[in-house]
Design a protein around this ligand. Sequence first.
Ligand code: BGC
Length: 748
Amino acid sequence: MHINLLLEKLDSLTVEEKIGQLVQLTGDFFEKDLDTVVTGPLKKLGLHSDYNVYNTGSILNVTDPKRIIRLQTDYLEQSNHKVPLLFMADIIYGYRTIFPIPLAQACSWNFKEIEQAASISARECYDEGIHVTFSPMVDIVRDPRWGRVMESPGEDTLLAKKYAESTVHGLQGKQPGSVPQDKIAACVKHFAAYGAPVAGREYNAVDMSEHMLREYYLPGYQAAIDAGAKLVMTAFNTLNGIPATGNEWLNRDLLRQEMKFDGVLISDYAAVEELIMHGYAEDAATAAKLALMAGVDIDMKTAVYANQLESVISGNEHLEQLLNDAVYRVLKLKNDLGLFEDPFRGLKATLQQGTRILSDEHKTAARSLAEQSIVLLKNEQDLLPLSKKTKISLIGPYAEEHSTLGMWAIKGDEADTVTLKEGLLKHIDSDQMSVCRGAHLLPDHAREPLGKYVDKLPVETVNEDILLQEAIRHANESDVVVLALGESIYQSGEGGSRTNPTLPETQAKLLHELSQLGKKLVVIVYSGRPLILTEVAKQADALIQAWYPGTMGGEALANILYGTVNPSGKLAMTFPRSVGQIPVYYNELNSGRPNLPENGAYRFASRYIDEANEPLYPFGYGKSYTTFDCSLLSVSRKEIGPDESVDIEVSVSNTGRFDGKETIQLYIRDRFASVTRPVKVLTDFRQIFLRSGETGTVQFSIREDMLRFYGSSMKYQSELGDFEVYIGTSSQETPLHFSFSLRSEEQS
Ligand code: BGC
């Protein structure tokens, strides 16, 4: 529809109809006859009884294609204005073909395949009638106590930017304007800084300096906006005392003016009404006004806009204008999606031709990304890969577990999941492997706090001692024990904060008992966060971080265990040694009193007296079955002006027995600046695949724009001076090192 027609459409709407466009409800509001809706969902939400549901602009988390057709058809018949409904859903890392959780995806450092994963999610959504997904989530995370770290690409800003860009491109395509066939609209979230709640406790306050916000937290959202994301979602948290959803500075000055976002801003679930609970709005009318003034276009699942906006804006020209602007943005989104021409976006045609969900192509992509997301943390005496001749016992609650998709796979079907056991049986005969559970997934005391999810947990029927004795028997009869352990998927995700994110005690005990048998132990950990694995790592001979690897996880893991695939994942988030180290992250500041090894136990250094400063596994870390040697071939210059670059060539040799992929990471330290700069900042990286014995070269170029940061006057710019460059295979293993200087044009 041409823009003039869109404006005409806007003009033709009554105030009530306009407000409806800003209201998002769930499907139950439309399901039954109107009387039942009025006494049911409408009443429960507190919507006025005369609210016309056929004015509502969008629907949340309805994902059944037939139901979508029914609701849209009925809606267009009943509504006066004939503006089609928008269907939005949380398709976070796959629709029906489920990919690894985002934190795992980021460990692949393979943003091409991450883009492909997003594009497959979009295709499956398109086929089934979804218009908008609430992805990507690019909240920077440094605290694994917070359950939602699983949804984030981790602690690093460069990875967050790349994840944001590739996901938006995969979901929406690269073209500005209309969203083409097979693509859906992306919504970046949660604006802003939701990933830094105090003490890792869900929905807790976020307190952070503007410098920290701009330097580390905003660039991920900005990258998604630059890539064209059509929507942004507000965050639940307060930011320096003001709830994000009612924060005019954040959403208007920063997001719209500075960051140049001109799409739809949607509140997080019920966040407009929560302005009251925050103690920021004294009643619903004030909440409506504050949210509208802050620039929130759509009120997700509360009655606040629906009940209050009309009287709030009445007689106030400024607010009326804000209403019109908001409605225009929603109509424009519908127009960009082509809904005025085809409210079903090809859904009807797809229903006839068949959908592409779970196609072989999609499953292959899911397996490939899972293989690259899995991180090998330890491999003593090259225990892995396993020989097919080795008799293994597969033990643990995750040995045959289908529930490995993670908390946000709303359309994922566990029945589609390839379990670890099934994956292993593609490599070996069943007489090479015995399988048993070994322990309960969770101790009783950890089940109850999971609330409504308790019903979804496995019912543990067998006594723990019997399970343990059986496991010991199996282990004794095998050459190698493969222990599949982990937290329950319901322990991470939204509302999944933990003060002590370790393996459940039931499983820690199993591991301990089996480690006494003198058998080689391979431990595989399934989790939605970095768990504290210090004790686990001591007891395991080999340790693999599987995350929640998605539909094809079992095959991916088995391919790694048997060496068909050489692991290449690199941690996107630091693994702490103990809870007391949290938050621990690689790009910290140096302190005036760094803990230098040569000073031994010098007391007045920045350190703990009961724990090392170093994490258990640092950012960027991940082992391979092969070994790589790096050397610096050339550095073009040690001094650059603003328009010049330092060009670097690094030679990489695969010196081991297996073909494999390595990720060469380039970190920079700015020696002196108007604000203290981190000890290392990931500035670029390259992935290289080398056959055993092969040598290759990777190239980097450092330009002035890569040295920029927010200085003391909050301007984004580089500062002249000296820089250290560290190149290596993790944030801690950086054997290649040199310095260079940035000079002004006159100096250089
Ligand atoms: C979450 C969002 C999600 C929304 C809609 C909220 O609870 O914070 O990430 O998109 O629900 O389901």
